[in-house]
Design a protein around this ligand. Structure first.
Ligand SMILES: NC(=O)c1ccc[n+]([C@@H]2O[C@H](COP(=O)([O-])OP(=O)(O)OC[C@H]3O[C@@H](n4cnc5c(N)ncnc54)[C@H](O)[C@@H]3O)[C@@H](O)[C@H]2O)c1
Length: 257
């Protein structure tokens, strides 16, 4: 496991860090000594998280907009210094049967979960290439490896995220830049609260019944916490993972087996 201050002096940017898994990642990286840019489309949430982390700053970033991604990376490098660690974590989901799925829903999921990862990576990579040093960790999903009813559009966007991650690992590996992703399962966040409501309504079940199904599908027998994911992301950013790139690591408690 990562020791204290293993990331001392390094600058990290985490998108979608105003809540949930991103907040836990920002907290873990700051706990290991990194100076963290807490980036989110919700600046107030980003600033709230940053205010309780030593050396952190809150930054506005809408990952779906190229200009916003470029401005956010520039702001991070101006205020904290050269960016070494980028966690593309911002993500959204909606639930719908394919026959009722709208183009808007498809685009919303793809714009944040796939295009957003590309845009922020593209904004950060020139500096990393120039310095021949960098580590990128994307938050994909177990839905990026298996088919998931009601989440076909979300799953497709996360398969795209994994494909992009592996391609980046091949392009940037020769420049000493590692690119990996984590694939969480059923994580207790506001995203899950929304999904429980949608799924219960679409399947004619109660929220408790849907939640019990999530747990029964998980061999380790409980819902996942944001910290379960953050610990693996932190490890991927440390020297312990120095020879790991292009990996899509399951952090699911076995829910995807
Ligand atoms: N919760 C789960 O069960 C689960 C499972 C697998 C993967 N994931 C993935 O984990 C990541 C984090 O999800 P979460 O569960 O913490 O959700 P969450 O809704 O709690 O947090 C998502 C954060 O992303 C921010 N965000 C949304 N759109 C944005 C944009 N365009 N630009 C910048 N920030 C934006 C939101 O403001 C929010 O703070 C997502 O990529 C999600 O797909 C979640």
């Amino acid at each position: 496991m990562a020791g204290d201050n293993v990331l001392a002096g390094q600058v990290a940017m985490v998108t979608g860090a105003g809540s949930g898994i991103g907040e836990a990642i920002a907290t873990a990286l700051a706990g290991a000594g990194a100076r963290v840019a807490v980036a989110d489309i919700n600046l107030e949430a980003a600033q709230r998280v940053a205010s309780r982390l030593p050396g952190a700053v809150g930054v506005h970033c809408d990952v779906t907009k190229k200009a916003s991604a470029i401005a956010a990376v520039a702001e991070v490098e101006r205020t904290l210094g050269p960016l070494e660690i980028l966690c593309n974590n911002a993500g959204v989901s909606t639930m719908q049967r394919i026959e009722n799925l709208t183009e808007d829903e498809w685009d919303f999921n793809f714009n944040v979960n796939a295009k957003g990862v590309f845009l922020v990576t593209q904004a950060a990579i020139p500096g990393m290439l120039a310095r021949e040093r960098g580590c990128i960790v994307n938050t994909a999903s177990m839905a990026g490896k298996i088919g998931v009813p009601l989440l076909a559009h979300y799953a497709a966007s996360k398969w795209a995220c994994i494909g992009f991650t592996k391609s980046c690992a091949r392009e940037f590996g020769p420049h000493n830049i590692r690119v990996n992703c984590v694939c969480p399962g059923y994580v207790r966040t506001s995203m899950q609260t929304r999904e429980l409501e949608w799924e219960a309504s679409l399947r004619g079940m109660t929220i408790d019944e849907v939640q019990a199904e999530y747990i029964s599908q998980t061999p380790l027998g409980r819902l996942e916490t944001p910290e379960d994911v953050a610990k693996v992301v932190l490890w991927l950013c440390t020297p312990g993972a120095a020879f790991v790139t292009g990996a899509a690591i399951d952090v699911t408690g076995g829910a995807d087996l």
